[in-house]
Design a protein around this ligand. Sequence first.
Ligand SMILES: C[S@@+](CC[C@H](N)C(=O)[O-])C[C@H]1O[C@@H](n2cnc3c(N)ncnc32)[C@H](O)[C@@H]1O
Length: 258
Amino acid sequence: MNTCKNKHSIKRCFNRACETYDLNCHVQIQAGQFLIDKLKNYQIHYDQALDVGCGTGMITKRLLEELYCNHLLGIDFSNKLLEIAQGRLVRYNADLIEFDFDQFLCQTHQKRYDLIFSNMSLQWSDELALCIKQIYNHLSPNGIFAFSIPLQGTFFELNSIYSDQLHAYHDAFQMLSDFNVLLCEHESIVHSFDSVQSALQSIKMVGANSLSCVTNQALHGRSFLKNFFKKKYPPYSLTYHVGYFIINKLQKCLLNCL
Ligand SMILES: C[S@@+](CC[C@H](N)C(=O)[O-])C[C@H]1O[C@@H](n2cnc3c(N)ncnc32)[C@H](O)[C@@H]1O
């Protein structure tokens, strides 16, 4: 698996998608709503919440409306997506900061969060296992961490190295082995398109078109498009293989002693 990330390129792709993101983020909405609905089974009230990679705040707003969070902090490094989030969340007790979440999480803050939420964002972290451990350290004693990520199998229809950047379900599961896992599920979401261009546009319109630093390419350019799909005739489908994980702060060993 290639874990090397070109953050500059990732940020640029998300910034460029600022005008199209909200109208095209169907998979992100489906994944975010799934997580929110699952969270309702555990706890509704949270004092301090953190949304890691909050983007335009579409799902953040649902989080604030459907769960009760006294205060929420949203982090994202895309200044253009954050501008939209700012307008969307103005009526809520929420603050937004423009920051690289890997850098934010490796700092030692005094503040602890009762809910740390991340929808379809942690796949862009420098190192997912480390990121999960750091998030765990930022949880309050009874805190809950809920996240969704695209897993290997996503865009398997493409002749690309995109999938190389994603974790397999069992790898993600393994990273959580020290924690008390409340939920661990995955599903495939398939969308169909009548042309290669519209399929690839759908990825670009949500800013997810940054590829690894090995090629330093993005999903554009005629020559690149030509051989992109393994399948050579329509309909063209794109699969998102999404993993959902919820853990709480009680460590497994502690639970075993109870
Ligand atoms: C697919 S979007 C998801 C946005 C939002 N959570 C949603 O559900 O609509 C991924 C987000 O992660 C942000 N992101 C990616 N890498 C980041 C990093 N290292 N630090 C901060 N934000 C990052 C992007 O700017 C983008 O807003």
